[in-house]
Design a protein around this ligand. Structure first.
Ligand code: ZN
Length: 258
């Protein structure tokens, strides 16, 4: 089984004590490529250093809404500088992680919107896919994406929306990132939505170290868990895991141009 983990934070200190072993384990179970996403200006160098050390890793850079208080206007310009400097590098794959988070009330929505749009503009300018964090904010994200029209689309990470929202994203050229969340028995709405989603819009992810799947509760998540996550998702969707692996890998390769 060949798999791609489209969303990880493998640069986080959680992995400092065993990163090379973990990467080797992930590859041994068929995870061929992993995307590492930057979340604030402080970790971009760490992300790039990590990715440069291993050809199976790919980097994205962004300003995550959850770290809103740390972001400064200069960071948007610096993000542009990073993208120009790395333009054409094989291991630069997207802008992200960024988006809108309406779940946490302390995050000012107008400031989030300005940062969101500035980064969408960078995705347009550099012709890169956008890897988006969308929490309780699908309507605002869909409305904004309709104005920006990203030629290469992107991924709605940890998709947990409705079928109608999935259809809107599909029309906008976006893939839907599925991972640990849908493996939990209590994710009833997701279990109804998943079998209705077009297979050509699905990509897989772990969000390591977060979003532990039901079979590894409460532990640090890892790309090496992706085969079991895929197995559980395939059951929910009602297809063979081998088919889900093939389709999701093809979808990710198409999106990132691999
Ligand atoms: Zn993330």
């Amino acid at each position: 089984m060949r798999l791609i983990d489209t969303h990880t934070h493998l640069d986080f200190p959680d992995f400092d004590h065993d990163r090379p072993a973990l990467l080797a384990n992930a590859r041994a179970v068929g995870v061929e490529k992993m995307v590492v996403l930057g979340v604030h200006q402080d970790n971009w160098q760490r992300v790039w250093d990590l990715v440069s050390s291993d050809p199976s890793l790919h980097a994205a850079f962004g300003l995550h809404p959850v770290y809103l208080d740390q972001h400064r206007p200069a960071h948007v310009r610096e993000l542009g500088d990073w993208l120009s400097r790395l333009r054409g590098e094989r291991q630069l794959c997207a802008v992200g992680e960024f988006g809108l988070d309406y779940y946490l009330p302390e995050l000012d929505r107008e400031r989030q919107q300005r940062l969101f749009e500035a980064q969408l503009q960078l995705a347009v300018d550099f012709n890169l896919p956008a890897l988006l964090h969308v929490r309780r904010s699908h309507a605002a994200v869909i409305a904004t994406l309709k104005r920006y029209k990203l030629a290469r689309g992107g991924i709605i990470h940890a998709f947990a929306g409705s079928f109608e929202e999935a259809r809107e994203y599909h029309k906008l050229g976006f893939k839907l990132g599925l991972g640990g969340a849908a493996t939990w028995p209590q994710a009833l709405r997701l279990h109804k939505v998943l079998p209705q989603l077009p297979l050509d819009s699905l990509v897989l992810e772990t969000d390591s170290p977060d979003m532990a799947p039901a079979m590894f509760p409460g532990v640090r998540n890892s790309p090496a868990h992706l085969p079991q996550i895929a197995e559980a998702l395939a059951q929910v969707i009602g297809i063979e895991v081998e088919q889900l692996a093939q389709i999701s890998t093809r979808n990710a390769c198409e999106l990132f141009g691999w």
